[in-house]
Write a protein that binds this ligand. Sequence first.
Ligand code: KG4
Ligand code: ZN
Length: 347
Amino acid sequence: MYHPPPMIVLGIETSCDETGVAVYSTEKGLIADALHSQVDLHAMYGGVVPEIASRDHVRCLLPLIKQVLRESGVTRPDVIAYTAGPGLVGALMVGSGMANGLGLAWDCPVLAVHHMEGHLLAPMLEDEPPPFPFLALLVSGGHTMLIAVRGLGDYELLGTTLDDAVGEAFDKTAKLIGLGYPGGPALAALAEDGDEQAFAFPRPMLTREGFDFSFSGLKTSVMLEVRRLDESGDLQARRADVAASFQRAAVDTLVGRTLQAAASGQFDRVVVAGGVGANKLLRQEMAARFDGDVFYPRMAFCTDNGAMIAVAGALRLADAKTAAEIRAQARWALDTLTKPGATALPA
Ligand code: KG4
Ligand code: ZN
């Protein structure tokens, strides 16, 4: 029987504010990964500043690549996989330029990975990866999507947000109650001391047909409540209650919609991935309410990282190209992807 030789993939992620690099072996799995977070650089601006993000990727990417190569004992990978989009174009160009430059120097093929496919496939790094098919809830700072995943590259978008992404709603709510950037984890921590029934915030869309999301109504409702509390001088004392009530409403919405989509498509497996997938209440509620198996990446691989890009590259080896082509695109619809070996150009 023919056994393909093991392949070593170098993964590079630079779509937003984390520089992530990893080395993945198709035989041994993940062998090294490193991450540099820019959170401190952007914190004083209350959000990601694209120019600063690009410059910091330039500063950190090469040293991180050297570090993972040293740690893994790899001198030259067989393939380089990089995030080509969606994301901040300037930031993406740093990873794309580096990947293609190294590909040329090492004479090895290069592969453009979709950032959200990276998130979607991150649970494949775990000891018990989810078998296909499954329903995926992708929740990050830029996306809130329910996807029917029937196989690699076979993605049907069942629902998406009509306005803000859920991570964005966490971040904006956190800002309203005076928490720093990124607000999601800080809000979740503060919520632990609050009463989630203190305020009856709306669970948007749950009674509407289809599987779309909307978080702007919830955001407005929180904003009005915060304004009232501020005027009455109670805001400081009630911040944890606001955080807990908001988190409960957002999680109820995510879990409720996922259960509806799972029932409709008869899915008995759900994958939750993306930054908001690190939220403890979301994990607890999904486990408690979904009558099937729930899969997650480990906490560190919920948010942006190089390992998810490396494993996506390893699963998409058939798409690796020797002719260098620097790709960096702000928008790229996940459901335009095709099975490995038949990659369509982005819409
Ligand atoms: O996937 P990610 O690292 O970057 C994007 O692709 O957007 O997700 C970042 C988002 C941010 O909005 C952040 O506030 C949110 O994920 N997030 C959380 C938690 N950890 C990160 N939201 C709620 N609870 C958390 N524990
Ligand atoms: Zn992401």
